[in-house]
Design a protein around this ligand. Structure first.
Ligand code: GUN
Length: 284
């Protein structure tokens, strides 16, 4: 059996088309969704990410502002910028690219963002809303994974066992909560799990979000399972790859997301969806 691909580029194109039409509808009421992207320092990967986020905004007709600061920016100065963006009526979403330089407390900065503008879904209020099932912004990467499942007819996961590998605040934990909200039976595995393969072999859906290549191999996958690869790593030859041994696992799985062209584009797309929703809430 060779798995079918869940094409994140194609799904992103479709969803961005919907964002574009809803943006045009808002524009006719005099509102343009606005996203502020804040980058501190010169981390090369972060520079690529923020550039792609700004380009995606332009593509769907949003207003976007990229604020780039030297790594010497103080925590107080950054908090003052966040406060100004919280009060800026042209800005509906604020994204502070992580990681921040070591002298700045990530947590303090994220908590300074108004929950109404927390389009990354990282604020404690957003995480808490997800936990208790209230409306709030969902973290973009797990939200994108849920859309990928929905695209293959797996919106309701009643009776399915989902195994999440990884327990980060950005992916693993919110992923587990979103799967639970979709009625899956959820297991969260991590570096303290005794027998990872014994867990993943039971899974109808596996989400790999560790940040290490080769975490999931063919012998660990139940035939026909859906495999979502959140990893973003490099091979020894410098090629982009995920956490999943793609060539092996695709021979066993029913569905699989490629890297690149899988979850990656979905993350930015869901950022656009969240920003649009922030603007629509204001207009309502
Ligand atoms: N760094 C790596 N991924 C992300 C993300 O999704 N949002 C932000 N703000 N920083 C990141």
């Amino acid at each position: 059996m060779t798995a079918q691909l869940i094409d994140g580029n194609a799904l992103s194109r479709q969803l961005r088309g919907e964002v574009r039409s809803r943006t045009a509808a808002l524009a006719s009421r005099g509102i343009t969704p606005g996203l502020a992207v804040v980058l501190v320092g010169d981390n090369p990967a972060s520079q690529v990410y923020v550039r792609n986020k700004v380009l995606a905004c332009e593509d769907v007709g949003f207003h976007s502002v990229l604020e780039k600061y030297d790594a010497s920016l103080t925590e107080g100065e950054l908090l003052a910028r966040i406060e100004a963006l919280n009060n800026d009526p042209a800005i509906h979403g604020i994204l502070v690219q992580l990681p921040l330089p070591a002298h700045i407390d990530d947590h303090k900065v994220i908590e300074a963002i108004s929950p109404a503008k927390d389009v990354d879904g990282f604020h404690v209020a957003s995480a808490g809303a997800l936990l208790v099932g209230e409306a709030g912004f969902k973290a973009c990467t797990p939200y994108g994974c849920m859309k990928m499942l929905e695209s293959i007819g797996m919106k309701d996961l009643r009776g399915k066992h989902a195994v999440v590998i990884g327990r980060s605040n950005i992916v693993g934990k919110p992923m587990a909560l979103m799967l639970l909200a979709a009625n899956a039976t959820v297991t969260v595995c991590h570096s303290g799990t005794a027998d990872l393969a014994a867990m993943t072999r039971q899974a109808d859906v596996v989400v790999a979000a560790v940040g290490k290549r080769g975490v999931l191999t063919a012998d660990m996958v139940k035939p026909g399972a859906v495999v979502i690869d959140v990893g973003m790593n490099r091979t020894d030859e410098g090629k982009l790859c995920g956490d999943v041994d793609f060539n092996g696992v695709r021979e066993v799985a029913g569905w699989i997301t490629p890297v690149p062209g899988g979850v990656g584009p979905m993350t930015i797309t869901m950022l656009l969806v969240n920003t649009l929703e922030a603007a629509e809430r204001l207009a309502a």
